[in-house]
Design a protein around this ligand. Structure first.
Ligand code: SF4
Ligand code: SF4
Length: 435
């Protein structure tokens, strides 16, 4: 007997073997650094420096605008040499170009930072440091950590389920900086006094789980939750259900079910901002893929052009056919190496022509696999069809806004229909319609 069941997950090849066991390497920044004013979700920051200004590491160069936005701070010391529109991840973006003087002179730490910071000041310090979600979503962390007063937060969930192929940045961060992550939890726990903290990891990251358990010894509310390695494991709603059993209804937010979910690296950045007074000016990122001679996990100053990390990884042994900011499931294809590493750059993936699978699209064969693997029970092909015939209202009715952009549907589709790409465009059109 055979029943067709909904799988809601796929098992792409993980491709993490070449970087998983490589320690994070700190690298020098190049001479020319690029800071897009939009490296977060929400309104772009506004430049607050002018050409010719001298800056230090931690100088505010772009100021958050409105409620959902993020500050941008310089990651080097040097001089502002240009403010111009540059191609970024989301098209043309105002970018500040800084000539690095190689001195790395730092701004003084935030004076309010330290071991006992008043809970009400913590979101302000997070904002000042320019922290946004480091798992790739780039939602401003100060907003996440200050939910409406009527939402009682009783559970913190740290997302260490790094399910995108090729990425090992979170694994290395958990393994190498476990103490700092646990201190970051203590900071946020001082705001909410939660009942429980879960750190969700996949069952292929057990060494990281052990490091975290050791760092959290005696802090009994912290539990490392080992989840099966599958894709997508790291989506917010899924993680909440897997850790707490609570379901976040469509259109609702984690805070509606008493949870805050954030990436493990974000908690490290919170620790550094609140306890040490340091801005978010660097991150761990994985540079990976078959075309590279020596893929690595790097601690990179934000604003470093991707071109500048290729040589550090030994250059190419084979010309890449496709370069993805992020991974093959949710990432965005880029074709300009001048695009920099930004706050949301978990990894950069280089693919050979064979791996890129850029086969010709053919007609839908109605296999229903895209529906079968959608973790939020959408009908991706119907949304995609609605978008392609310009029926944005229908796309909305079909729940396009609930799509978590996991990429399962595009990955599984035998007809190579760009389902995720169409759904992303439909979401943008729906948002524009609402303005
Ligand atoms: S429709 Fe969205 S949530 Fe569903 S599989 Fe496709 S990308 Fe993932
Ligand atoms: S997976 Fe592709 S071919 Fe199959 S139903 Fe969905 S869109 Fe059609």
């Amino acid at each position: 007997m055979h029943f067709k069941t909904k799988r809601k997950a796929v098992h792409p090849e993980y491709n993490k073997e070449r970087t998983r066991d490589k320690a994070v390497e700190r690298i020098d920044a190049p001479t020319i650094m690029v800071y897009p004013m939009s490296m977060h979700i929400g309104a772009p920051a506004k430049p607050v420096v002018e050409v010719g200004d001298k800056v230090n590491v931690g100088t505010l160069i772009g100021e958050a605008q409105g409620f959902i936005s993020g500050n941008v701070l310089s990651s080097v010391s040097g001089e502002v040499i240009s403010i111009e529109d540059r191609v970024g991840l989301n098209g043309l973006t105002t970018s500040i170009i800084i000539k690095n003087d190689g001195e790395y002179v730092e701004e003084p730490p935030f004076p309010e930072a330290g071991e006992s910071v008043a809970p009400e000041l913590i979101p302000e310090l997070i904002k000042r440091a320019g922290i946004v979600g480091m798992g790739g979503a780039t939602f401003p962390t100060n907003v996440k950590m200050a939910p409406p007063a009527d939402k009682k937060i009783d559970t913190l969930i740290l997302n260490g389920a790094e399910c995108e192929p090729y990425s090992t940045a979170d694994f290395r961060t958990m393994f190498e900086y476990a103490d700092e992550i646990i201190e970051g939890i203590r900071v946020i726990d001082s705001v909410f006094n939660v009942d429980k903290v879960y750190i969700g990891i996949e069952d292929n990251s057990l060494e990281a789980g052990e490091a975290l358990k050791k760092a959290a010894a005696g802090y009994d509310k912290v539990e490392v939750k080992v989840l099966p390695a599958q894709y997508p494991q790291g989506s917010e709603k899924q993680l909440i259900e897997n850790c707490t059993g609570r379901q976040v209804p469509p259109g609702s937010l984690p805070a509606d079910v008493g949870c805050i979910v954030s990436n493990v690296g974000t908690f490290q950045a919170i620790y550094r901002a609140v306890r040490l007074g340091k801005p978010m000016v660097e991150r761990v990122t994985t540079i990976n893929g078959t075309p590279l001679a020596e893929p690595k996990n790097l601690l990179v100053r934000i604003g470093t052009p991707i071109d500048d990390v290729i040589d550090i990884c030994g250059g190419f042994v084979e010309a890449p056919k496709k370069v993805i900011h992020g991974g093959p499931m949710m990432g965005k294809t880029i074709d300009d190496g001048a695009i920099p590493i930004t706050k949301g750059t978990t990894h950069v993936t280089f693919l050979t022509a064979k791996e890129a699978h850029e086969d010709e699209r053919v007609d839908c064969i109605r296999c229903s696999e895209c529906i079968n693997v959608c973790p939020v029970s959408l009908q991706p092909i119907l949304i995609s069809n609605a978008y392609e015939r310009g029926d944005i209202e229908k796309a909305e009715q079909l729940g396009a806004m609930d799509c978590i952009e996991c990429g399962n549907c595009s990955f599984i589709c035998p007809s190579k229909i760009p389902l995720l790409e169409n759904i992303r465009k439909a979401k943008t059109a729906i948002k524009q319609k609402a303005v």
